[in-house]
Design a protein around this ligand. Structure first.
Ligand code: AMP
Length: 419
């Protein structure tokens, strides 16, 4: 038997009502804040991710699904969406019609991480990106949107962590202090951190190895080295969050695993799945659009982990299931099956959710099936009912019955079910 690849999984029909509910709640909320949907390819040139996420990150070094296509072009299954949305913004010169673009997209991402509960190699994200607005209010608003989305979905156990990574003006000062600190701790760091020290010292702060975490717990933070503009920007973000009653903590360890961030970064953490884990994360990336050969234009965005979010919402009281059929047609005999087929198609087109049986089983066993499907009504159509011009429509809850004539059964059924 052929099975899915390790870390890949099916989202089964029993779960898709919940997924659709989350996606609909998100897109409705985003649209109220002026976002429009964009759909982007799941495969891009490897270079796009290497240049944007950063060569010395875990994602690019270890986790990307990269392979040559038949002509030898180096391609990658996208590990995240921001780089592709930025590429699209630049490629289609969106800034020439309006530099401000608010875009969201929902879809699968691919990272070759070690699979475990809540972590998959194909996982889904809901992404939102805002281009062309440098004001700190938009940083606060994105965190507010996440907060509101999670509130609408019934989540309570959440905390926003926020940090500022500074900008090209204050980063060198910080990097110098960090490098000095790291040189003293070199003996206590893992090989990866030592290698990354020169290339990109900030990445050491994102290392998950316990001995590095211990060695780096008193490492200098970006917050201690912000320039006055970054200081003011971060101050406004925090003030706006407080004014809107968004609970948050300032977390100087929140450096995120991608290189393109500047100034505000944030994550929404929860303990709902056992150990503390992030259900969403994001930040500002004011240099990225230029870096990818676009105009000088600020940007900021977030990604929500849809798999984890679905697992949390699933634990809540409310259940999301597909709607049962309005009508189950029970045809008894060949003639009835042919009529039943035509009626069931016409009824579905008319907006009545209709199922019918083709197995030719007995009335008794098909009534059982109607119960199992939780059908609202059944239509019993045997050769006898057809000859007598009196089909039977039965309300499964009240047991009330209607005679339906053969003249225009679809219209009669629609009229009764719509009452
Ligand atoms: P990131 O792009 O790494 O900041 O991820 C944003 C969110 O996506 C995280 O907070 C997780 O909820 C989710 N996520 C990231 N990687 C995975 C994964 N391998 N499996 C499931 N969800 C993930």
């Amino acid at each position: 038997m052929i099975q899915t690849i390790r870390g890949f999984r099916d989202i089964l029909p029993k779960d898709t009502a919940l997924w659709q509910h989350i996606e609909k709640t998100a897109s409705e909320l985003f649209e109220n804040f002026g976002f429009q949907e964009i759909r982007i390819p799941i495969m891009e040139k490897t270079e796009l991710f290497a240049r944007s996420i950063g060569e010395a990150t875990d994602i690019v070094e270890k986790e990307m699904y990269t392979f040559p296509d038949r002509k030898g072009d180096k391609l990658t299954l996208r590990p995240e969406a921001t780089a592709s949305v930025v590429r699209s913004y630049i490629q289609h010169k969106m800034h020439t019609s309006d530099p401000v673009q608010k875009l969201y997209t929902i879809g699968p991402m691919f990272r070759r991480e070690r699979p475990q509960k809540g972590r998959y190699r194909q996982f889904y994200q809901i992404n939102a990106e805002v281009f062309g607005i440098a004001a700190p209010y938009i940083d606060a608003q994105l965190i507010l949107i996440l907060n509101e989305l999670f509130r609408r979905l019934g989540l309570s156990d959440l905390k926003a962590h926020v940090n500022s990574l500074g900008c090209p003006a204050c980063r060198p000062d910080f990097q110098k202090a960090l490098l000095e600190f790291l040189s003293d701790k070199k003996d206590e760091l893992c090989e990866n951190c030592i290698r990354r020290m020169d290339k990109n010292p900030l990445r050491t702060l994102d290392c998950k190895v316990p001995k590095c975490r211990e060695a780096l717990k008193d490492a200098p933070s970006t917050l201690g080295h912000l320039c006055s503009e970054c200081e003011e920007h971060f101050g406004t973000v925090q003030r706006a969050l407080k004014q809107q009653n968004v609970e948050f903590v300032v977390d100087k360890t929140l450096v995120r695993g991608l290189d393109y961030y500047s100034r505000t970064t944030f994550e929404i953490l929860t303990t709902a799945l056992g150990a503390q884990s992030a259900v969403a994360g994001g930040g500002r990336y004011d240099a990225l659009i230029k870096e990818l050969d676009g105009p000088e234009m600020p940007g900021i965005g977030f990604a929500i982990g849809l798999d984890r979010l679905a697992e949390i919402v699933e634990q809540l009281e409310k259940k999301y299931t597909a709607m049962p059929p309005d009508l189950f047609i029970i045809p008894l005999g060949d003639r009835a099956t042919e009529y039943g087929y035509l009626w069931s198609s016409a009824l579905s087109i008319a907006g009545v959710k209709t199922e019918m049986d083709f197995s030719g089983r007995s009335l008794k066993s098909l009534m059982k099936r109607a119960d199992k499907l939780n059908a609202g009504h059944v239509l019993i159509a045997g050769d006898k009912e057809i000859d007598e011009n009196a089909l039977v429509l039965r309300d499964m809850a009240t047991r009330e019955q209607h005679d339906i004539s053969m003249d225009n059964p679809v219209e009669q059924i629609v009229a009764i079910l719509r009452k």
